[in-house]
Design a protein around this ligand. Structure first.
Ligand code: PLP
Length: 471
């Protein structure tokens, strides 16, 4: 493609995206295709000869779009949102255009220095310890994996990296049953084994119980097991549960155990002073992750990972082949050794565009509005005959179930499983099923930049109407 072609097709694409963003609510939220519907449309083989952009773009519209679930839809209330705000999309476009690889300071000094500055902006905005070091990772899953490796190295005094885990004591890792599945995956990838995970009992509100945590650690130590880490969650995926960081952090300190805090979704709310107490005690943690790509208007992917001891991170991950050494050496930061990847995207540009375009106050307002709407909808659900709230509103997330009178628990469970399928097949909204007390419930989470209160009402009307129709 010539620069002229680029200009022409680039403008076409931007026009198409702008129209799409204006009209996203015309689409069903979740893709309405069946498995294999899209694959059938794509030829088995790579074309030998290049095809015109027009043909590719036409096929994108006709063949790919029907298989898209619309994360940009204002009635996307499933999982957590992926807010691809326009400033972050524009930064993403520049990133792609520059093709930057931010692995070393030298491979783009601006990428490294902007990333460092964005990390210090976020520390001061969210009242995080000023001596922490931060880095942008792709996802919370990667950051949690890095934290697991750091914890493993601290507990084994660097022996695991050198000789592996053979011959080491049995290990133990503590988190609650509300912790995200990425934790189990990270522990398995770190070679520490799924069986090392201890599920710490929780309170009625789903928070980790510190007294149980302490008992479990003592009991493991008495058996000669080596405690490696505690993972606390702020804003659990299922129902937004919050672990008490200060109590957990004090135990971690007293028992000399690495502490990682996963606030992948809720972390963005820490911009608001009224929600910041949820992070009380965070300074006791060794590692902390949250995802601006969830609730801070930055398009996927962009995860922020802070660590208390940067040297421990580098001791865990650094490898120094000749071809990666540069003249500046320790004078500069080379982010290549702060995460899994060597090559790294220039994600700081997205944060910079977002934070400057909106300013902190507008992002705070956006988060507060979602929290207020979730509280308002929860009251409506609670007051609706045949519905019951199954968890409190945590920030902008709560869960509920359809519970018509006279039905047995088993029948109600089957009904709610049917209801979530009916809601998502209907297309007016998209919600996620989870379990509370082992029983199926429906999550409602508000977090999209283009959502209005009217969208929330449309979604709720759809749930009510479909609930009646499936009975
Ligand atoms: N932790 C929590 C609490 C989450 O809710 C999620 C995803 O929803 C993750 C971790 C994983 O996030 P990522 O997709 O960035 O790996």
């Amino acid at each position: 493609m010539t620069p002229e072609d680029y200009r022409k097709h680039g403008h076409e694409l931007v026009d198409w995206i702008a129209d799409y963003l204006e009209n996203t609510s015309d689409y069903p939220v979740r893709a309405q295709v069946k498995p294999g519907d899209i694959a059938r449309l794509i030829p088995d083989q790579v074309p030998e000869k290049g095809e015109p952009f027009e043909d590719i773009f036409t096929d994108f519209k006709n063949q790919i779009m029907p298989g898209i679930t619309h994360w940009q839809h204002p009635r996307f209330f499933a999982f957590f949102p992926s807010n691809a705000s326009v400033p972050s999309q524009l930064a993403e476009m520049l990133m792609a255009g520059l093709g930057t690889n931010a692995m070393l300071w030298e491979t783009s000094p601006a990428a490294t220095e902007l990333e460092e500055r964005m990390m210090s902006w976020l520390k001061s905005l969210m009242l995080l310890p000023s001596d922490w070091s931060g880095v942008i990772q792709d996802t919370a899953s990667s950051a949690t994996f890095v934290a697991c490796l750091m914890a493993r190295e601290r507990a084994t005094r660097g022996a695991a990296n050198e000789a592996g885990l053979m011959g080491q004591k049995s290990l133990s890792i503590y988190c609650s049953a509300e912790a995200h599945s990425s934790i189990e995956k990270a522990i398995k990838m770190a070679g520490m084994g799924r069986l090392s995970i201890r599920s710490v009992p929780v309170s009625d509100l789903g928070s980790m119980r510190p007294s149980k945590l302490r008992q479990m650690i003592h009991s493991d130590k008495a058996k000669g097991i080596l405690p490696v880490m505690i993972i606390a969650t702020v804003g659990g995926t299922g129902t937004g549960t919050m672990d008490p960081l200060r109590d957990i952090g004090e135990i971690a300190g007293a028992e000399d155990i690495f502490m990682h805090v996963d606030a992948a979704w809720a972390g963005s709310a820490m911009l608001c002073p009224e929600f910041r107490p949820m992070l009380d005690g965070i300074e006791l943690a060794d590692s902390y992750v949250f995802n601006p790509h969830k609730w801070m208007l930055t398009n996927f992917d962009c995860t922020v990972h802070f660590v208390r001891d940067k040297d421990a991170l580098l001791r865990t991950l650094a490898i120094n082949p000749a071809y990666l050494q540069t003249r500046e050496g320790d004078e500069v930061t080379d982010f290549r050794d702060w995460g899994l990847q060597l090559g790294r995207r220039f994600r700081a540009l997205k944060l910079w565009f977002v934070l400057r375009s909106y300013g902190a106050e507008a992002i705070r307002d956006f988060i507060r509005t979602h929290v207020a709407w979730a509280q308002r909808l929860a009251l409506i659900v609670e007051a609706s005959p045949n519905f019951e709230l199954t968890s409190p509103v945590n920030l902008s997330l709560f869960s509920f179930r359809y519970q018509p009178e006279g039905w047995s628990d088993d029948a109600i469970d089957i009904l709610n499983d049917k209801l979530i399928l009916a809601v998502n097949d209907d297309g007016r909204t998209y919600l996620t099923r989870t379990l509370v007390g082992g029983r199926p419930v429906i999550r409602f989470q508000i977090g999209h930049i283009r959502t209005t209160w009217e969208d929330v009402e449309i979604a709720w009307e759809a749930v009510k109407e479909l609930a009646e129709s499936i009975c």
